[in-house]
Design a protein around this ligand. Sequence first.
Ligand SMILES: NC(=O)c1ccc[n+]([C@@H]2O[C@H](COP(=O)([O-])OP(=O)(O)OC[C@H]3O[C@@H](n4cnc5c(N)ncnc54)[C@H](O)[C@@H]3O)[C@@H](O)[C@H]2O)c1
Length: 325
Amino acid sequence: MERKTASAPAPLGAYAAPPATANPAKPLNRDVNAVPDDYFIPGRFAGRTYIVTGCARGMGRMAAIRLCREGANVVGVDWLKDEGEAVIAGIVASGGNARFVFGDVSENVVADEMVRIAVEAFGRLDGAINNAGVMDAVFPGDPVDYASQKRLAMNPIHESSDEYWDVVMRVNATGVFKSLRAELRQMVTQGSGGSIVNVSSVAGLRGFGGTPSYVASKHAVTGLTKNAAIDYAAYGIRVNSVHMANTATPMVDRAMELVRAKVKASGAPPGIGLAKTKSLLQYEDSAGRDSTPAEQVAVMLFLLSPESSNLTGANYATDGGFSTY
Ligand SMILES: NC(=O)c1ccc[n+]([C@@H]2O[C@H](COP(=O)([O-])OP(=O)(O)OC[C@H]3O[C@@H](n4cnc5c(N)ncnc54)[C@H](O)[C@@H]3O)[C@@H](O)[C@H]2O)c1
């Protein structure tokens, strides 16, 4: 039978090519190439509207851009005003439909506003990627200065400050709760189902040394996902979460800078907390590469799409095998 290719996906480029030789000393070894940053499936989300929190950079930025390239309307939210506005302006300049909402997703006024704008501008809401999150209590826009930020940085429990605990829990756990609440109120009233993806972490599936608030808050996202899936299946709304390991974004660069500064300042060896930092694929990759935002966004968009119609309430380890070993 002839295949219909009227709106075929963009080429996968290097991904489809034979894998590169990784290591001359191990000639049979091969690296796994990442899906290209500009890969997209034309028209997949035409006429649909999604919220993406944390759209100013990292995975949220890439999710907003790719959703719009696939025909979606997007409301992007971030508390980095200039960077967030620039991402949305770039989408609009290239012909996409997008709006920006500035603010902190853990505030009701912001969660309500992002839904209000989606309905006002695009008439409906079909789902969301609740992605905004922090690893520590240092504001994402601030440069690293460990000496003055020690109290805000990640530390084991006996050395953790109230600010570190409060800010990370408020953004990661309360922020996802309030985003879900605002989105689900609209989606239930609308009555046309939909799909929501919550961004957790491998730290929402297992323990991770030295980051108590991050681990607790990401486990909260895991639990909220299961709870929401149960309560909203009756409305045709699916809710899943994704759990990545190291992914190349400004968050990881900054977290590693803070960790290095902490190890240096303490003068002690890093300890068990840093015994395992690499995913399976990262460990075997000749350059030790992190996962890319494009690899993560590919899974998030699949979970938003009708192709994942049987998937809800699941916590996907999108982690290059990190939690397997
Ligand atoms: N990068 C990784 O290795 C990794 C691993 C596991 C999980 N994650 C999770 O992925 C998500 C995205 O992270 P990223 O790596 O792209 O980080 P990032 O810092 O590059 O991007 C996160 C974005 O969210 C925004 N944001 C954070 N808190 C906010 C708030 N309260 N209100 C509005 N905007 C807010 C930031 O300003 C930033 O633009 C986070 O939830 C993070 O915990 C990342």
